[in-house]
Design a protein around this ligand. Structure first.
Ligand code: ADP
Ligand code: MG
Length: 411
């Protein structure tokens, strides 16, 4: 479904529920991380791209001014109401409304009060699959609020506001990647993001002979929430022993020199992070040069490191990567790895565009045979970041009003 079709569908739902046309339509994409996993909280690099899956919010002022905000989502049975006359506080833990409330709180903290509005949310980003439906929801809300308050935020400030919403209101201590790419994504570009300096750099990826394939394993092992803090701690321990502020400042040689002073598990965790930061920088160079075999090899190496040293993979993710390796470069498979925090979710692969159909069929069939589970497989070009969509005259077709972030594009 194109973004324009998705906007049309969301508007239909808005009209059905609220009985009138919406005045604003905002959209923000999900993302997939090409390489650079578990590097963000170590001050390292990540290389995400925005995908052609979006969260759209259609909104309008209510018929009577109630000083309330009404949020409805096509995946929820009843809308949530916020009363602007009272101080905002989070809904019970786990409630989806906490993501938009956190963003509204960020605007209010800057003296930007949107006033009453009714909203309908619809999304094609799969929920909880590691493609960041949460950031898409936050960034779509922030984009909507920019339009309502008529105040454009700086892209970095906007991304950080959304990250804070996820920390403070959804209780998830995430890094900066998801919100940065959802705000700053650009068609035919991936984003090399330095998580320490927060400097984003767009890297062109427009070679039509190569396509990104996303394979959702359709499993989610509930280990992410308990294992994540443990990994963070192990990284901090390693950095302390190495005498550096974060693993970003360490080298593979320095790690080898202190091997005897550290627990074997801590050593492997650090080896993953230090290696992954290096692989991410090389992969960005590979993308820039359209050196696909090199990028593919770095993706496989990343997967092995996440599986063996960082131990955040699972049987289903490993199965997809094994099938990918069996297809090989000759069959059009350039590289494949798990993406996201781990223990389920998606893998990301680079494939030759003319082999997409054959590869998708083989991956689906072999994965089903080996695991008994249906994978969901789809392709995406690197997409644009958050945008407002306006209706185009009486025909009511939809067009992007603007791309909200304005990062310089490299030559
Ligand atoms: P991911 O970001 O990988 O998709 P998260 O667990 O971080 O997974 O975020 C998923 C949560 O975000 C959902 O459980 C829900 O609370 C919220 N969410 C995302 N998209 C929507 C939507 N369209 N409608 C309602 N809630 C949503
Ligand atoms: Mg998320």
């Amino acid at each position: 479904m194109t973004l324009e079709d998705l906007a049309g569908h969301t508007v239909q739902r808005f009209v059905h529920v609220y009985g009138r046309q919406p005045r604003w339509i905002a959209a923000a994409p999900g993302r997939v991380n090409i390489i650079g996993e578990h590097t963000d909280y170590n001050g390292g690099f990540v290389l995400p791209m925005a995908i052609e899956r979006y969260t759209v919010i259609a909104a309008d002022r209510p018929v009577r001014d109630t000083n309330q905000i009404q949020f409805d989502s096509t995946i929820c049975d009843k809308p949530a109401t916020l009363d602007l006359a009272r101080p905002l506080k989070p809904f019970p833990k786990g409630s989806w409304v906490n993501y938009p409330i956190g963003v509204i709180a960020g605007f209010l903290a800057r003296g930007l009060n949107p006033g009453s509005f009714d909203a309908m949310i619809h999304s094609t980003v799969p929920l909880g699959a590691g493609l960041s439906s949460s950031a898409a929801l936050e960034v779509a809300t922030a984009t909507l609020l920019e339009a309502i308050t008529d105040r454009k935020l700086d892209p970095v400030e906007k991304a950080l506001l959304c990250q804070k919403a996820e920390h403070d209101y959804a209780g998830m201590p995430c890094g900066i990647m998801d919100q940065f790419i959802s705000v700053m994504g650009r068609e035919n570009h991936v984003l090399l993001l330095d998580c320490r300096s927060r400097k984003p750099e767009l890297v062109p990826m427009s070679d039509p002979s190569v396509t990104v394939l996303i394979i959702n394993t359709n499993v989610k092992h509930e280990l992410t929430y308990s294992e994540y803090p443990a990994r963070r701690k192990q990284c901090e321990t390693a950095a302390k022993i190495l005498g550096v502020p974060s693993l970003r400042d360490a080298t593979a040689d320095a790690l080898e020199r202190v091997k005897g002073k550290m627990d074997e598990v801590v050593f492997r965790r650090a080896r993953h992070v230090i290696g992954e930061i290096e692989r991410t920088v090389h992969a960005a160079e590979g993308v820039r040069a359209s050196n696909w075999p090199t990028v593919g090899q770095l993706m496989y190496a990343s997967h092995r490191s996440l599986r063996d040293d960082y131990e955040v993979s699972c049987k289903e993710l490993d199965t997809v990567v094994e099938i990918a390796e069996s297809i090989g470069l000759k069959g059009g498979m350039i590289g494949c790895r798990m993406t996201g925090a781990g223990f389920g979710g998606c893998t990301v692969a680079l494939v030759k565009t003319d082999a997409i159909d054959a590869i998708s069929k083989k991956l689906a069939a072999d994965y089903k045979k080996k695991t008994g589970i249906e994978a969901i497989i789809f392709v995406s070009r690197p997409a644009a970041g958050a945008t407002m969509i306006k209706t185009d005259g009486p025909s009511r077709s939809f067009v992007r009003a603007c791309s909200c972030a304005s990062l310089p594009v490299p030559d």
